[in-house]
Design a binder for this molecule. Structure first.
Ligand SMILES: Nc1nc2c(ncn2[C@@H]2O[C@H](COP(=O)(O)OP(=O)(O)OP(=O)(O)O)[C@@H](O)[C@H]2O)c(=O)[nH]1
Length: 194
């Protein structure tokens, strides 16, 4: 089966867990002391995808500089709970809405958008009700999943859900809305991630 190269951009406030989600998905690991990153593309060896992480500090023109040869998918993150940083949950939820607005204005049409409410393991500190986030996601026709990179909750699922919405492109360049199946690259069999 032919491989397609796709790009997933992870957008969201600093500290919402973009890097941690990538690490959990690619390496099945979690680092509580992970360093902040800004805009460093990360190769995904498992699925021949390229992940680009973008923090909210970057300008829209820079961070929404999508490459047309890729089918572009977007995972927008916020955390559903208050967090011990100077950013509160409402900030990250509001930032998410701003990202969506920018995507609608500057992103390609028919972009696949998924919203992840990360850090759902901190349920005692929950302050954004799941229903509010779900209602918002429904209103923009986005996928919504609550995730925890720490406890490996729904990390694979969010990417599987995204993959289901990716149109299949046939050899003639036409597309259908059937989605496609995620799989592992044979050449990367030494990797131990799931
Ligand atoms: N409890 C909990 N902590 C998490 C989770 N995901 C990430 N963290 C922690 O949140 C902090 C920030 O995580 P990062 O993955 O660096 O967040 P980021 O969005 O990539 O941050 P920037 O690189 O600054 O944009 C780190 O201390 C992580 O260990 C999670 O699901 N649950």
């Amino acid at each position: 089966m032919a491989l397609r190269e796709l790009k997933v951009c992870l957008l969201g406030d600093t500290g919402v867990g973009k890097s941690s989600i990538v690490w959990r998905f690619v390496e099945d690991s979690f680092d509580p002391n992970i360093n902040p990153t800004i805009g460093v593309p990360t190769e995904n060896p498992r699925m021949h995808r390229e992940y680009m992480q973008k923090g909210h500090r970057q300008s829209a023109s820079c961070s929404l500089n999508f490459h047309s040869r890729y089918c572009v998918l977007v995972l927008v993150l916020f955390y559903s709970v208050s967090h011990l940083t100077n950013l509160c949950h409402q900030d990250s939820f509001q930032t998410l809405k701003n990202w969506v607005k920018e995507l609608r204005q500057h992103g390609p049409p028919n972009i696949v958008v998924a919203i992840a409410g990360n850090k759902c393991d901190l349920s005692d500190a929950r302050e954004v009700p799941e229903k509010d986030a779900k209602d918002y996601a429904d209103s923009i026709h986005a996928i919504f999943v609550e995730t925890s990179a720490k406890n490996a909750i729904n990390i694979n699922e969010v990417f599987v859900e995204i993959s289901k919405r990716i149109p299949v492109v046939d050899e003639a360049g036409g597309s259908s809305a059937r989605g496609f199946k995620l799989g592992r690259q044979a050449s990367e069999s030494r990797r131990t991630c799931c």
